[in-house]
Design a protein around this ligand. Sequence first.
Ligand code: AMP
Length: 209
Amino acid sequence: MEHTTFESFAISEEIVTALKALRYFKPTQVQQEVIPLTLKGKDIIVESQTGSGKTVSFGVPLCESVSWEENRPQALILVPTRELALQVKEDITNIGRLKRIKATAVFGKTSFDTQKSELRQKSHIVVGTPGRVLDHLQKGTMKFDKIRYLVLDEADEMLNMGFIEQVEAIIDFLPKQRQTLLFSATMPSEVVRLASFYMKNDRVSVKME
Ligand code: AMP
């Protein structure tokens, strides 16, 4: 099915309205592919450059699927840098505004205790860099038992920055019953290995030109 409007996806009115307020009227190619597959529960590997609209492609289905009533984190998004963590948090907050979705960003070189108290509040979606996320998991300051969605954003960058062991240690904490989305501009063999090890066998690969 062709998805030339956001209304054509199985998403709530609140999200379509929020997207219009952001002046997003037509889904980009990556959004046309990724949003319906994610809503169907598929694990997906997406090879695409930044600037393709990938944040909205996972932000929309995550905001659609998390339950407002559940206070513990239901989705974890791992990113390589604090700048990206803040950007993705802002995008998720904007997309989920009318559903009152709460996103929390956690990253290094900034107060652990401030993040700890934020994580104690309602926090549906956590966006963070691997080192600090692992720190919160190991210290028990971030609940992980309700996480149903994992997004590995800019996986090749996380690899280049030496985060791969931390990423694997984080995944070992998470419930096995979850959906995993992996985004990467390039597909080096380490990223392919990560996908085959931690994602479902019937994962779908999407490549954007
Ligand atoms: P990203 O690839 O997630 O870094 O997004 C690249 C840029 O595209 C961001 O500045 C978004 O605000 C913008 N963007 C994402 N989706 C759309 C859309 N459907 N229509 C117009 N702009 C968009």
